[in-house]
Design a protein around this ligand. Structure first.
Ligand SMILES: *[C@@H]1O[C@H](CO)[C@@H](O)[C@H](O)[C@H]1NC(C)=O
Ligand SMILES: *[C@@H]1O[C@H](CO)[C@@H](O)[C@H](O)[C@H]1NC(C)=O
Ligand SMILES: *[C@@H]1O[C@H](CO)[C@@H](O)[C@H](O)[C@H]1NC(C)=O
Length: 278
């Protein structure tokens, strides 16, 4: 089976690329000055402003607690985003005499809340064009289960088994210790995050109907099994991985999830906007 040979090569190349991203990420972030995530995040949801002062409304929950935004805001501190320097820059500005403001965006496709396409870890899928434009919107939108996983382990086959997720459930968002530790809100990349071990991924693929796997840090795979677990999930090209979700302050249970990636032709990942509706 030539696949074994190819996948070995891919594993090496992929792991090195992933490591590179992570290294660059932590290096750039280490230079940044603020200790925490920008303090405005989450504190500014109220207030319509008074008098002539224009204050934009930024919300995490809409419709009287019915709609939860489970996407992290993209800021210059977004892990994996800061490596390109400024993410949003004005190329035409009214201050400089233009009739309008016009910004350019420069953003790594795996920064913040994002989706992985099969081409992320399989060279042959990348070459064949399995990019984010080919992801099934039916998998990315529909009934979803938000579950809490045991806080003392990574997601192994044992843990997956213990969750007792019924057959027929197609979309699951896994909330882990990562949320308790607020890892997504920290600027440094932390390799001790919780994720799937290879056997956990294998168990999910073989024993459940789950096609949408969401998790609360930048990788569904634990760092120790970074590439092997990604390979298991993406090999069948049926499972879609959404990473870096904001699952704070939401009750476990059944929701409707809506996740929409950008239609980036040729991209093996994309920033994604995800919401949960009660
Ligand atoms: C405005 O123009 C100056 C001079 O060309 C340039 O240095 C500056 O970056 C511009 N600022 C913006 C926001 O476009
Ligand atoms: C346009 O951008 C400038 C920065 O160059 C900003 O000060 C100004 O408020 C913006 N104007 C509008 C209409 O958004
Ligand atoms: C999960 O695995 C990572 C290595 O990928 C390890 O650093 C971490 O301690 C593990 N977490 C738990 C809760 O076992």
């Amino acid at each position: 089976m030539s696949f074994i040979f190819h996948s070995k090569v891919n594993m090496l190349g992929g792991k090195m690329r992933a490591l590179l991203v992570l290294l660059v990420c932590s290096k750039v972030l280490a230079i940044a000055t603020n200790d925490a995530y920008p303090s405005g995040y989450g504190d500014d949801r109220a207030c319509g402003g008074t008098g002539d002062k224009l204050v934009p409304l930024r919300m995490e929950v809409y419709g009287n607690g019915r709609i939860f935004d489970i996407t992290h805001r993209i800021t210059p501190e977004t892990c994996g985003g800061s490596e390109v320097g400024q993410i949003i820059s004005l190329s035409l500005s009214m201050k400089n005499g233009s009739d309008y403001n016009f910004s350019i965006m420069k953003l790594p496709v795996h920064a913040g809340t994002h989706v992985d396409a099969p081409g992320h870890v399989f060279e042959r899928y990348f070459d064949a064009g399995f990019d984010v434009d080919t992801l099934d919107l039916d998998v990315l939108n529909g009934p979803a289960l938000l579950v809490d996983v045991p806080r003392d382990k990574n997601i192994t086959a044992e843990v997956m088994k213990s969750l007792n997720i019924p057959r027929g459930v197609r979309r699951v968002l896994f909330r882990t210790l990562n949320t308790d530790r607020q890892l997504m809100w920290k600027k440094e990349f932390d390799t001790s995050y919780v994720g799937f071990m290879k056997d956990g991924a294998q168990w999910l693929v073989e024993n459940t109907d789950i096609k949408l796997v969401g998790i609360d840090y930048l990788s569904v795979a634990a760092y120790a099994d970074l590439i092997p677990a990604h390979l298991v999930f993406l090999e069948g090209r049926e499972v879609i991985l959404v990473e870096g979700l904001k699952l704070d302050d939401i009750q476990p249970g059944i929701y409707t999830v809506h996740c929409l990636p950008l239609r980036l032709l040729g991209a093996e990942g994309s920033p994604i906007r995800c919401i949960l509706i009660k």
